[in-house]
Design a protein around this ligand. Sequence first.
Ligand code: KIV
Length: 323
Amino acid sequence: MSTPPKGKLALPELLAMKQRGEKIVMVTAYDAPGARFAEDAGVEIILVGDTAAMVVLGYEGTTVPVTMDEMLFLTRTVARSARHPIVVGDMPFGSFQVSDEKALENAIRFVKEAGADAIKLEGAGPMVSRVKTIVDAGIAVMGHVGLTPQSATKLGGFKTQGKTAEAAAELVEGALALEEAGAFAVVLEAVPAAVAAEITRQLTVPTIGIGAGRDTDGQVLVYHDLLGLTEGHLPRFVKRYASLSREIRDALEHYAEEVRDGTFPGDEHTYAMPEEELELFRSSINPSATRANAQAKEPRMSASKSLSPAPESEPPLRKTSSP
Ligand code: KIV
């Protein structure tokens, strides 16, 4: 692939972090503010996960319906805003299962149309050849084994994987095959900590755990889960670091209350105009109007405010760039 943009974390740095025993931080994001917050927090990887289906697109309990076009739109938004972290686009269900060629075509769309630095796809077994094909074309691929939500129905629901010796061995084999195919990292989702630790020991490339204990090389959580934006049941592996849904609800209720009782907007949110201009304006639409009755009609402006001239140049309505 081409040279990464200036300031972008170089992919081999993840391997170096594993070798130095430094933890890799990954978080999902789906929009520009999320990407900026994640970047400012110093995360190494932002995953534009297909969890978007559930946390932003309103599908309940499934990631399957999200489309390529939706994922490209979200990934483009994140990639535009994240300068340093590696942005990984998550290939949605149906975009890579059909054939190696189809998988490659869609991976190319993530890089070319959405600006992703890498892609992720779920599964091992038949998916290993997809990984190899995409890597051979020069695109960095992150693997994902254990609980792979796109196949949740086949796996018997959103359940811990690899709990028998045989299933655990299969997970190790799958992760090794993904590494062999060229994956630069492998996500381990909802697997016993001991199994994740063993996979992490056997793999040269980093493992990123979610519900996989503390011995993986890095951790990932879904943005909305960790910030307390997701309401209702959360998996055991989620830790909430904030309760933003409560704050948002309170703020919206407060706003609605103030609109209804007339407290908002206040004078400080309201624009004035020079008094002479106001008079000219009023007499142009109603020539018999006098200054006195014009002032009497002026709604809810304090006297000092309505008489003070407008500043020479008004501040912009919105800032044109972030701070
Ligand atoms: O889609 C997603 O958010 C993911 C993470 C949970 C790893 O795949």
